[in-house]
Design a protein around this ligand. Structure first.
Ligand SMILES: [Zn+2]
Ligand SMILES: [Zn+2]
Length: 153
């Protein structure tokens, strides 16, 4: 299986764009950058509030909007496995696909050269310039499929 491409470095990318760094922004960046999970704004807020009780949800959303504007985070709905929540993750140097398990909620990430190929084909055949793209599949993960299968003896 292809290894996932490295994540962009949020702090460096913002610095390169001349964005001012505040203490609160720094906290939010660090949390998104370091998380191995796909976090929604509310969970992000709870984690941030542990480090600075003055951070409010509006600061979280403002930071996310800024990062989204520069294509540094992706906003995902992950097949709405937990209702209407949206999740955020740092974009990687190459796009990956998300597989959401409807039963246990696990999110698997998968990278394939076919994704780049698909984008190129869309751009050519639709004469469309792609700025961002996402692909998500919903179904059953291998663990849940195992449990569903009758025990073989
Ligand atoms: Zn599962
Ligand atoms: Zn992901």
């Amino acid at each position: 299986m292809e290894q996932l491409a490295p994540r962009r470095n949020l702090r460096d990318e913002l610095k390169d764009r001349g964005i001012r760094m505040t203490h609160q922004r720094e906290i939010v960046l660090e949390l998104i950058q370091g998380s191995s999970r796909h976090l929604d704004a509310e969970s992000l807020w709870k984690l941030a509030a542990r480090k600075d009780t003055c951070i409010n949800l509006a600061t979280i959303y403002r930071t996310l909007t800024l990062l989204k504007r520069f294509g540094l985070v992706d906003e995902l709905d992950l097949m709405h496995i937990e209702g209407e929540k949206h999740y955020y993750e740092v974009t990687r140097l190459r796009s990956h696909i998300h597989l959401a398990c409807f039963r246990c909620g696990e999110i698997q990430e998968f990278q394939t050269p076919l994704f780049t190929k698909l984008c190129k084909q869309v751009e050519q055949e639709c004469s469309f310039s792609i700025k961002t793209g996402r692909l998500e599949f919903g179904g059953l993960c291998s663990k849940c499929r195992q449990k569903e299968r009758p025990a073989a003896d």
